[in-house]
Design a protein around this ligand. Structure first.
Ligand code: ATP
Ligand code: MG
Length: 567
């Protein structure tokens, strides 16, 4: 391909809202163009990358035995009513009406559509297992679309759904998908980690996420320095922290004037915050109601909101403002577990059995000392805390620390949630109708375009991996008005093409050398061949985009050198 013939509108102008390198460079390099909040067009270079990633995903999915299909981007709302998700999906689900007042949604995911496809078509255990997938546009009306392709509203996803007659067979497919995904990310040339993930309110057993490691990642991943344990912070666990209780437990109400925070109260009383109960008050949003709720954790811990949300089976937790807390009769700053009958509260399981605690007295300026939690009956205990760096690994006793990741894939053992709701059954060996056991498996194809660059860039621009780059080699003719340079460029270009190298020839007559080099650095093809003044001595230069190191090579050797490099 010749540069002069390809639409590559590079620019020095930075989008004003672009904080991430991938967002900046993909826009500046003319890969993508924004048309609305979270909505992007792919220009020729961006489209090539997207298709390369799609092809790698497709090849591995096909090899694993899955069948490619395509669901309509628009689905009737009735399907979503059948599964119940019309009510629970909230505002991420974009709904609209057609001219006949029929209601539809833009697909954010396709569990309903796939169950609808399989229902009454697969009727016997003999036809199972079955795995259907597509690589297709999704729309989610994200509250905060941001970071370019990373969190779009319209994006490209590979979504696969498997159907089984037993849990064991689902687990087999789940493990196969883990291996398949590992192959995909390895082929893409990415440094990634498989992590334990939150299974959400859906419950179910296994759920794993695949994270591309990058400092800009939105997700915090907990990793162990001693073993393979890795988990999204939303699901991470630790070895429970324990300390000896020093004093005996005698309940005593104490005056703590204007001492509200854990730090203030414990400094004032000379007590250890480890043995105090912190009340975190939130507003829980359910399908058709809202409620002020209280989470109790140790004074030294922080609440993990996803865990907290799952504990209550709520759709979402939002901050409760002081007026709302007072309105329901709670006392901000002095909320304690003693006397909370009638309120919804849950307690972190590491507090279970603890005594001699400092807690709020539900009265302004007062706390209790020496509270014995084990005396309280009917308390609901859940894992509610966010694992901290330095905590101890529950698997091996190693030290846990944080790293940042970009969620590039998620595999999930669904069970019969959707098949049951939509009454999709098969006949088992005994002729008995049973709902399909399902798994679902997603890969963020367009997010991966950005993830490759988040992990591989420098201050000058993109550095594509070999399997994702639009072109492997950029032949830069320093001065396209010089006939010798121009002809040599053409010659090497033809030779590389004949050797099946994806090559682009920067033949732009009116672009100066510095400009061409600037574009090479911004666009991030792995190698450039510079044809310049040394051509008179029979020499050209190869530039490695990653290191920006230049090597002089004899013209006769340049093709074989390149073939060696890209092997
Ligand atoms: P997130 O927690 O990032 O919102 P999710 O749990 O909603 O992700 P899934 O429903 O599991 O994501 O979707 C499968 C994959 O699709 C994700 O692993 C991610 O790579 C990608 N994806 C999800 N939401 C977006 C988005 N708004 N923009 C681009 N890619 C996305
Ligand atoms: Mg999401």
């Amino acid at each position: 391909m010749k540069f002069s013939k390809l639409f590559i509108p590079t620019t020095k102008e930075m989008p004003s809202d672009a904080s991430l390198p991938s967002h900046q460079f993909l826009v500046r390099g003319g890969f993508i163009a924004q048309t609305g909040a979270g909505i992007y067009d792919f220009m020729p270079l961006g489209k090539i990358v997207l298709e390369k990633i799609r092809a790698i995903v497709k090849k591995e999915m096909d090899e694993a035995g899955a069948n490619e299909v395509q669901f309509g981007f628009v689905t009737p709302l009735t399907l979503w009513q059948e599964s119940g998700r019309a009510l629970t999906m909230g505002s991420e689900l974009l709904r609209f009406k057609d001219r006949k007042n029929g209601e539809f949604v833009l697909s954010p995911t396709n569990e309903e559509a796939v169950v609808n496809m399989v229902k009454n078509r697969v009727t016997s255990y003999k036809d199972l297992p079955l795995h259907l997938y597509q690589i297709n546009t999704k729309f989610r009306d994200e509250a905060r679309p941001r970071f370019g392709l990373m969190r779009g509203r319209e994006f490209l996803m590979k979504d696969g759904y498997s159907f089984h007659s037993s849990e064991e067979d689902l687990v087999r497919e789940f493990n196969l998908m883990e291996e398949t995904y590992k192959k995909v990310y390895t082929k893409l040339g990415l440094d990634f980690r498989v992590v334990e993930a939150d299974s959400g309110a859906i419950g179910g057993s296994g759920s794993k996420e695949f994270h591309v490691l990058a400092s800009s990642g939105e997700d915090t991943i907990v990793v162990c320095d001693g073993c393979n344990y890795a988990a999204n912070i939303e699901a991470a666990v630790r070895k429970p922290n324990k300390k000896e209780v020093l004093d005996s437990s005698v309940l005593e109400k104490v005056y703590t004037p204007a001492q509200k925070s854990i730090e203030e109260v414990n400094t004032y009383l000379g007590t250890d915050p480890f043995f105090s109960m912190k009340a975190v008050i939130k507003k829980a949003i359910y399908e058709n109601r809202k409620e002020i709720v209280v989470f109790f954790i140790r004074g030294v811990d922080e609440l993990e909101e996803t865990k907290a949300c799952n504990a209550l089976n709520a759709l979402e937790l939002v901050d409760a403002i002081e007026e709302e807390i007072i309105e329901v009769g709670l006392v901000p700053g002095y909320c304690g577990i003693n006397g909370l009958d009638g309120y919804t509260f849950v307690v972190d399981c590491e507090l279970q059995g603890e005594n001699n605690l400092v807690i709020g007295a539900n009265e302004v300026d007062y706390h209790y000392k020496g509270f014995d939690l084990s005396a309280l009956k009917d308390v609901k205990y859940f894992d509610l805390i966010a694992v901290k760096e330095g905590d101890i690994c529950a698997c091996c006793g190693g030290k846990l620390s944080y790293t940042k990741g970009i969620e590039a894939g998620h595999i999930f053992q669904l069970g019969d949630k959707y098949s049951k709701a939509m009454n999709a059954t098969f006949l088992d060996e005994n002729g008995k109708a049973k709902p399909f056991i399902m798994g679902c498996y997603g890969i963020g194809v367009s997010r991966l375009v950005a993830a490759v660059i988040e992990q591989n860039h420098d201050e000058k621009g993109c550095i594509w991996t070999k399997s994702t780059t639009p072109f492997m080699v950029d032949i830069i003719v320093s001065n396209s008005k010089n006939e010798d340079e121009k002809n040599m460029g053409e010659k090497i270009y033809e030779e590389l093409k004949a050797s099946n190298v994806e090559v682009i020839l920067d033949d732009r007559i009116n672009a100066r050398f510095g400009f061409k080099i600037g574009d090479f650095e911004l666009l991030g093809f792995p190698y450039a061949i510079i044809i310049g003044k040394k051509l008179l001595d029979g020499i050209v230069e190869i530039v490695d985009r990653k290191t920006l190191l230049k090597t002089e090579v004899k013209i006769e050797e340049v093709v074989s050198k390149i073939l060696n490099l890209i092997k």
